[in-house]
Ligand binder design. Structure first.
Ligand code: NAP
Ligand code: MG
Length: 500
């Protein structure tokens, strides 16, 4: 008799929804792509096709931009009372909460992540990001300045206009919220392109936005591909005023080049190779848990993942024994199972990329402390066992290139100076962490690390009010917090002649 898996007993709340056609959202209406083309969306845990989605291209982007432009120039969005804009955003957050279980399942089936994380992190943070930015609608201010008594001088903070937003597959709904939240609060209109691997929660949240009453054309969603298609059309478009991008550094460079068409403003959230540094005086058990969260959360597909673990030599062996002991016990499987601790990689392409890096690390002479392969009992799905390499040098490719998977490189160190240098010897600078009981040492380290976020005695903690973004090739601009308001608004200086 076939064994019924835990996740197979589950009621799939989005089953009916998945069976309906998935179209583009343009000007408040759901429409097919002009080409009539669609593409398949696959569940990475089972390799089953979940549904087909409209494949938007350049023509569809043009229509979406026209709708967004009309809504910006003539629609009620920019001119409505700020509290009314806020109210709609709060309503959207409430609608997301009301559909939390459904959205969590959808995200898990689309991306593979464990349902505990989809529900407890992604959905919660998405709703709270909308609430946080709803609060900003009524707090946007200009200034009056005392420049010269012959003039009345003041500044206005205005929306930028039509914004293009291109997001990745690792946190599909959360990346949407990070982009929509500040853009909407400032009064902009939006053309969003979700990642081809994970377009579903964006479409469902788009429906919720229409249901709660967002005006036509304010939010447009074009599902489709990036290169030579919808993504590129957004980045080149002459009537898009700003583009916000999260994804690979290589793509980020293409976006910047394309943006020169009309010198649209650009903000970039790119990759990372974060140092996670543990000193001998740290709380070892807490640091072990932090190292696990740091690299294995979301199957390692996290831009700020702590993928380089620096261990002070005296604790190296004890730490490794505790770490591998726990990691070997992580339950891997279909994310819909409540007991799953780690799911599959998002796609076959990603699984292959991770396995390629595992081979590269072995070839460089690093030793496999655990994992290093696909799970033997998994017949379907794009799984890779959580993997740890010891004996790594910071110059190895496994310590320099972003794997974007559950692969940890462990590097021993002897003194503070050398670990600080190695931590910064990377092209990236998105995040880092330090574990120590010594407050002075922690503060010294915080200022040494060239990264946009540094965690002390914790890892992967985020909040909509705390800015997030990179140094060096991890990108520019800060999302979240008040800083994101800068990305989505313009300052206008006004001079009024007061001379008689
Ligand atoms: P990606 O290939 O750069 O894709 C990101 C988005 O850009 C997708 O929507 C993609 O479309 C689109 N795209 C691809 N080529 C394009 C082009 N030429 N013009 C315009 N758009 C284009 O990245 P990914 O493989 O999805 O995600 C993994 C990477 O993202 C990692 O390197 C990771 O570090 C980074 N990331 C960074 C952050 C951060 O906050 N800093 C967060 C998440 C991820 P399609 O995929 O649909 O074709
Ligand atoms: Mg890609």
């Amino acid at each position: 008799m076939a064994v019924v898996q835990e996740h197979e007993k589950k009621e799939i709340l989005c089953k009916d929804w998945l069976s309906k056609p998935k179209k583009l959202l343009i000007d408040g209406k759901w429409v097919e792509a002009k080409s009539g083309k669609t593409f398949a969306v696959v569940n990475p845990a089972t390799e089953e096709v979940l549904c087909h989605v409209a494949e938007g291209g350049k023509e569809d982007v043009d229509l979406a931009v026209k709708a967004a432009r009309r809504a910006f120039e003539h629609g009620p969005w920019r001119t409505m009372a700020a509290y009314e804009r806020a109210r709609l955003m709060y309503k959207l957050a409430d609608a997301i909460d009301a559909h939390a279980d459904e959205l969590a399942q959808l995200e898990t089936m689309d991306n593979g992540k464990p349902i505990k994380e989809s529900r407890g992190f992604d959905v919660v943070q998405t709703a709270e990001t909308f609430r946080y930015y709803a609060g900003w609608c009524t707090k946007l201010e200009g200034e009056t300045t005392n420049v010269n008594s012959n003039f009345f001088t003041y500044t206005l903070r205005e929306p930028i206009g039509v914004v293009g937003q291109i997001i990745p597959w690792n946190f599909p709904m959360l990346m949407l919220a990070w982009k929509w939240g500040p853009a909407l609060a400032c009064g902009n209109t939006i053309v969003l392109k979700p990642a081809e691997q994970t377009p579903l929660t964006a479409l469902r949240i788009g429906e919720l936005a229409m249901e709660v009453g967002f005006p036509e054309g304010v939010i447009n969603i074009i599902t489709g591909f990036g290169a030579d298609s919808a993504g590129e059309a957004i980045s080149k478009h002459m009537d898009i005023d700003k583009v916000a991008f999260t994804g690979e550094d290589k793509t980020g460079k293409l976006i910047v080049q394309a943006s020169t068409s009309n010198l649209k403003r650009v903000s970039l959230e790119l990759g990372g190779k974060a140092p996670n540094i543990v000193f001998a005086d740290a709380d070892i058990d807490a640091a072990v848990r932090g190292a696990i969260t740091g690299i294995f959360f979301n199957q390692g597909q996290v831009c700020c993942a702590g993928s380089r673990l620096f261990l002070e030599k005296p604790i190296h062996d004890e730490f490794m024994s505790k770490l591998t002991d726990r990691v070997n016990k992580i339950r891997q499987g279909n994310g819909l199972d409540e007991n799953t601790g780690i799911g599959p990689q998002v796609s076959k392409e990603q699984q292959e990329r991770v396995l390629k890096y595992i081979d590269i690390a072995k070839g460089e002479g690093a030793a496999v402390a655990c994992g290093g392969l696909v799970p033997e009992d998994q017949k379907k799905g794009y799984f890779v066992r959580p993997t740890i390499f010891t004996g790594v040098h910071n110059q190895m490719r496994i310590a320099q290139e972003e794997v974007f998977g559950p692969v940890l490189a462990v590097i021993p160190f002897t003194d503070m100076e050398s670990v600080a240098e190695q931590a910064n010897a990377t092209a990236f600078g998105l995040s880092g962490a330090v574990w120590t009981a010594d407050v002075k040492k922690a503060h010294k380290f915080v200022s040494r690390i060239k990264a946009g976020t540094v965690w002390v005695n914790c890892y992967n903690v985020l909040d909509p009010a705390m800015p997030f973004g990179g140094y060096k090739t991890s990108g520019y601009g800060r999302e979240l917090g008040k800083h994101s308001i800068e990305l989505y608004s313009n300052i206008k200086s006004v001079w009024m002649n007061m001379m008689d």
